[in-house]
Ligand binder design. Structure first.
Ligand code: CAA
Length: 240
């Protein structure tokens, strides 16, 4: 029986590439999404990967969603916490709402999604949790006090949980993508984006598949000795 992987935000952007790569590596994949029904339907039609709608900001919905995936596909052995949003603004213009939305999804979402699958992983003595953080959680980013705080929090969460999961053969790792060619990065004003590309030694944005490759690596049985790690994939823009 193939292993089951749940990818949050798994029908678009980096998440879609992760879902596809895990499917190609032999996993049965469930792709969670929160809003875009059309994109989810198109993704399922194209890949055969089942999509499931709920918000990672909602604890009850995460518990119910994980239970539904397990009923349909079997026990979740790989969880990829990928769902994330930006609400960029310089701090003097940032609203409480922009702060809260980003913390709820990009940080608390990891608690909400990991908590329901954790007991099963502990019982079965196997699990892979892969958290998609960001270069901007490592270095901070002008206009992203909310996002940088959440993504840095994801790294602390990863390191704490790695210690708790170790004896149960559950690894917990983080990947910090740099600037990847997705809708999220394309939404950055063009002038700002050009200046960011100028700061990337490889001279280009990353591709979603270059992050997906790292997820497949960390998910493998053979990666069992790697836990609590932060893997940067940023074209040389920042060395943590
Ligand atoms: N450092 C210093 N100053 C900066 C700056 C920087 N990096 N970026 C902008 N500024 C300055 C501008 O020069 C300008 O200065 P003046 O007022 O003196 O002209 C000022 O900040 C801009 O102020 P505004 O009030 O006009 O700001 P704004 O409301 O237009 O918002 C912004 C600016 C939202 C921060 C915009 O610059 C922006 O979107 N920046 C990109 C932020 C970013 O990198 N986001 C990443 C999104 S992708 C992602 O998050 C994925 C991932 O994980 C990597």
């Amino acid at each position: 029986m193939s292993k089951v992987a749940l990818v949050t935000g798994g029908s678009r952007g980096i998440g879609a590439a992760i879902s596809r790569a895990l499917q190609q590596a032999g996993y049965t994949v469930a792709a969670n999404y929160a809003g875009n029904d059309d994109a989810a339907k198109a993704f399922t039609d194209e890949t055969g990967i089942k999509t499931y709608k709920w918000s990672v900001a909602d604890y009850e919905a995460c518990a119910a969603g994980a239970a539904r995936v397990e009923e349909d596909l079997g026990p979740i052995t790989v969880l990829v916490n990928n769902a994330g949003i930006t609400r960029d603004a310089p701090f003097h213009k940032m609203t409480r709402e922009q702060w809260g939305q980003v913390i709820d999804i990009n940080l608390t979402g990891l608690f909400n999604m990991t908590h329901p699958v954790w007991p099963g992983m502990r019982e079965r003595k196997f699990g892979r949790i892969i958290n998609i953080s960001s270069i901007n959680g490592q270095k901070g980013q002008f206009g992203q006090a909310n996002y940088s705080a959440a993504k840095a929090g994801d790294l602390g969460f990863t390191k704490a949980l790695a210690q708790e999961g170790a004896r149960a053969n559950i690894t917990v790792n983080a990947i910090c993508p740099g600037y990847i060619a997705t809708e999220m990065v394309m939404a950055v004003p063009e002038k700002v984006r050009e200046s960011i590309i100028g700061q990337i030694p490889v001279g280009r944005l990353g591709e979603p598949e270059e992050i997906a490759r790292a997820v497949v690596f960390l998910a493998a049985d053979e990666a069992g000795f790697i836990t609590g790690a932060t893997l940067s994939a940023n074209g040389g823009q920042y060395f943590a």
